[in-house]
Design a protein around this ligand. Structure first.
Ligand SMILES: Cc1cc2nc3c(=O)[nH]c(=O)nc-3n(C[C@H](O)[C@H](O)[C@H](O)COP(=O)(O)O)c2cc1C
Length: 412
């Protein structure tokens, strides 16, 4: 079953379910507050990993974070055993978001200048995901023009910032002022907000059929096609990013099914129809990407068909027509039904004809050279418009398709 939340706007509903968040802890007194922050993120359902600078370990033991996350804490780029260690790449590439809390004046300076002399600073340089900084330091350090310039430069580079707040300092005898790390609850809210931004399909269910059907001829042979399932998986990932709950019904695929979706394996057209009929009434959007065989063998032979069982040099396989899954189930969808069609000749006319005949709201037509490949070119055809979506990787095209779908749902 899916582990996604349907409604992500409530803190009590595990709004960070399955989000991969890397918490980087640097050496400030506020490091103790990061225990509370990590616990809060875990309670929200996030998958949390922690890395710490050397100085941070002077304030709080890594064991505390290892115990609450159940995962090894990243402390060094070097491995004593001589084993290969690429944690400086592995940690940031795993993360969907990196939160530096507390962020010292030192890490801000290092990040601004691209200094990479320990695990945390090197990982920051290797990060491709968004970064949220929670600066924490004495007000004189914070207002030092050098720190201010470093912070501004990092924000100009697209990094997000929360705080610091004004108030009491943790160190005894220190005057209060601006420099306190934001409270863990505030940081938690900011992180939830970050993941909610752009989630135009939050609370919606998207059903996607993907891959190829495999119609058995005998116990070892199947009638199938070269569809890889890549486009279906890319669409599912995109829908997930936009906040949708994804129901993924798939046949044969060359790639792994998407993470975080409700998965149903249905290898033949008849099985796929049964699952889709059952699931589609709850879907706000159905996207039919699976390459479903138009025919299936009339009989499935038990065992393996042998050459000697046939007389003569030819062998005739009788085929019967398969159900048209999109045509049969599109009228049951609550919101939008989107089809995919592989067209070779008279593409536009055929796509328009299919749109009508199958009661679809839009159809994406592609060329046969797209099948099985990493790249593709798509055209969106709806009753209102024909829009070339261009060429690109299946991931890029999936993003454009889901944007179209979300805006069409918005207008519906
Ligand atoms: C008791 C103590 C408290 C400190 N608190 C802070 C702090 O809140 N913010 C800060 O930027 N630096 C603070 N520092 C200084 C940093 O620990 C120091 O600059 C260190 O080199 C930071 O290393 P890191 O950025 O690799 O963790 C503190 C140092 C000590 C000894």
């Amino acid at each position: 079953m899916s582990n996604l939340t349907k409604n992500n706007d409530s803190k009590s509903r595990r709004g960070l379910q399955s989000r991969r968040i890397l918490v980087a802890i640097t050496g400030g007194i506020a490091a103790y507050k990061s225990v509370d922050l990590v616990r809060r993120l875990l309670k929200q359902g996030a998958d949390v990993r922690v890395m710490m600078t050397d100085s941070a370990t002077r304030f709080i033991q890594p064991t505390t974070f290892a115990a609450i996350t159940g995962k090894q804490v990243g402390l060094s780029m070097w491995s004593d055993s001589g084993e290969p260690n690429v944690s400086h790449l592995e940690f940031p590439h795993w993360a969907e978001l990196i939160v530096v809390a507390p962020a010292t004046a030192n890490i801000l300076a290092k990040m601004r200048h691209g200094i990479a002399d320990d695990l945390v600073s090197t990982a920051m340089l290797a990060a491709e995901c968004p970064i949220l900084l929670a600066p924490a330091m004495n007000p004189t350090m914070w207002f030092n023009p050098v720190t201010q310039k470093n912070m501004q430069a990092l924000e100009q580079l697209g990094m997000m910032r929360i705080g610091p707040n004004s108030g009491e300092m943790a160190a005894p005898g220190e005057k209060g002022g601006e420099g306190r790390m934001s409270e863990p609850e505030e940081i938690e809210d900011r992180i939830i907000k970050h993941f909610l931004e752009g989630r135009t399909l939050a609370g919606k269910t998207v059903l996607i059929t993907a891959g190829r059907t495999e119609e058995p001829i005998d116990r070892v042979r199947v009638l199938t096609n070269r569809s890889s399932g890549r486009m279906g998986v890319a669409l599912a990932d995109e829908a997930h990013k936009l906040g949708a709950e994804v129901v993924f019904v798939y046949g044969g695929m060359d790639v792994k099914p998407p993470i975080g979706a409700c998965l149903y394996h249905a290898p033949t057209a008849v099985e796929m129809l049964r699952v889709v009929k059952d699931k589609v009434p709850q879907a706000d959007i159905a996207i039919y990407v699976a390459a479903v065989s138009d025919w299936r063998p009339a009989t499935k032979y038990d065992g393996k068909l042998k050459r000697t069982e046939q007389d003569g040099e030819t062998f005739t396989l009788e085929l019967v027509e398969n159900p048209d899954i999109a045509a049969e189930t599109a009228p049951l969808v609550k919101g939008l039904a989107i089809g995919f069609a592989l067209e070779v000749e008279d593409a536009l006319d055929n796509a328009r004809e299919k749109l009508k005949r199958k009661s679809l709201d839009a159809i994406l037509f592609n060329r046969d050279s797209n099948i099985g490949s990493e790249e593709c070119e798509l055209t969106w055809v709806s009753t209102q418009e024909t829009l070339p979506l261009g060429e690109g990787s299946k991931r890029e095209l999936a993003e454009r398709v889901m944007r179209q779908v979300a805006s069409m749902l918005d207008r519906a």
